[in-house]
Design a protein around this ligand. Structure first.
Ligand SMILES: NC(=O)c1ccc[n+]([C@@H]2O[C@H](COP(=O)([O-])OP(=O)(O)OC[C@H]3O[C@@H](n4cnc5c(N)ncnc54)[C@H](OP(=O)(O)O)[C@@H]3O)[C@@H](O)[C@H]2O)c1
Length: 322
């Protein structure tokens, strides 16, 4: 098969199409013929040598979410049949003609979604469900803030939180990004390059904040949280070392947490998949959640897709197609 390979760590041009062996599936796994693969910020970190793939997945082929057709099945796969259209969270290896995945980590391509749209869903939905709703316990009528509102994670958070009845706030780095966040359901998006988001949101009282920025956002987040507030980290792009005023955390009884999805065990991802199928997939059918695809590139132009992501001009997801 053809796959996009990280030939060495470095700039986007290290991504080259090469011939690779088709993955051999084991019991409980399926082989997916990849029609489309989502591009994620972590693919860039992996390409740069800053985020190694976990054990058991190809270390040199990026790609953690795909949509396609089931081509082959291992023993003990009963829930799918050959030819089914699925999308899936994969440990790696998604930028290829074929990828193997635990059968229980697949979801059906939702009705009316193209493969391109379906490939843009898993990483965002799995991350947001696990962090905002399970870890952060966001409830109806609560106030939720997501930083990086126009990112793949941001557009997913805004739509899910809104659909499930929260008031939603976001920050993003331009007026057009903020307009997109508001069109997806954010009650207010603050352009952090023009306004101090802490001042703009001071009167809101936030219950849950999802942050990927870190650095000086940390103290501002703590200041903005309500008593019993939950602050959840999924990255720290601006800096991971911060000062913590323990007394402030005690006084407001704040919970600070975070997680990384890729390294989680298969059983956790299986549990997450079934929870998402029950609670999120119905929203896709009602149109309360839509795919937001910024640009589509042919798989062989993966380097170009990475360059586009690194400009941070995109709104929503970037997708590669075979
Ligand atoms: N822990 C986990 O399990 C997990 C899973 C998935 C993703 N993540 C993380 O979630 C974040 C979003 O992922 P994604 O794939 O949705 O990314 P993405 O679409 O590339 O979006 C990242 C956005 O963050 C904003 N940003 C703010 N500060 C930044 C900085 N210092 N450097 C670069 N961008 C900055 C940029 O928009 P502005 O113009 O608004 O600044 C940028 O568009 C990433 O940091 C990723 O590593 C974590």
């Amino acid at each position: 098969m053809k796959a996009v390979v990280i030939t060495e760590f470095g700039l986007p041009d290290v991504l080259k199409v090469q011939e690779k062996t088709i993955p051999i599936i084991s019991s409980g796994e399926v082989l997916i013929r990849v029609m489309a693969a989502g591009v994620n910020r972590l693919d860039i970190y992996q390409r740069q040598g800053n985020y190694p793939a976990p054990q058991g997945v190809p270390r040199d082929i990026p790609g953690v979410e795909v949509a396609g057709v089931i081509e082959a099945m291992g023993d003990q796969v009963t829930q799918w049949k050959i030819g089914d259209k699925v999308c899936a969270l994969v440990g790696g290896g998604g930028y290829a003609d074929f990828v193997k995945v635990v059968a229980a980590h697949c979801l059906p391509v939702p009705d009316k979604f193209t493969f391109t749209e379906a490939a843009s869903l898993p990483e965002g939905i799995f991350t947001v469900w696990s962090n905002v709703f399970m870890r952060g316990q966001l409830q109806e009528q609560e106030n939720f803030l997501v930083h990086g509102g126009s990112s793949g994670i941001g557009i997913t958070s805004i739509q899910l939180a809104k659909a499930l009845g929260a008031r939603v706030f976001a920050t993003a780095g331009s007026q057009s990004k903020c307009a997109a966040c508001e069109s997806l359901g954010a009650d207010l998006c603050v352009n952090y390059k023009e306004q101090d988001f802490e001042k703009s949101l001071a009167s809101v009282g936030l219950d849950v904040i999802l942050d990927m920025v870190g650095g000086d956002y940390f103290q501002k987040n703590i200041n903005l949280l309500n008593p019993e507030g939950r602050l959840i980290y999924i990255n720290a792009m601006q800096g991971r070392s911060v000062n913590l005023d323990i007394l402030q955390v005690m006084r407001k009884r704040i919970t600070i947490s975070g997680s990384t999805l890729r390294s989680r065990e298969d059983s956790y991802k299986t549990m997450l998949t079934s929870e998402i199928r029950r609670k999120v997939w119905p929203l896709l059918a009602t149109g309360k959640f839509r795919a937001v695809v910024d640009r589509v590139f042919p798989m062989k132009q993966a380097a170009e897709a990475h360059r586009h992501m690194e400009t941070s001009q995109h709104i929503g997801k970037i997708v590669l197609t075979n």
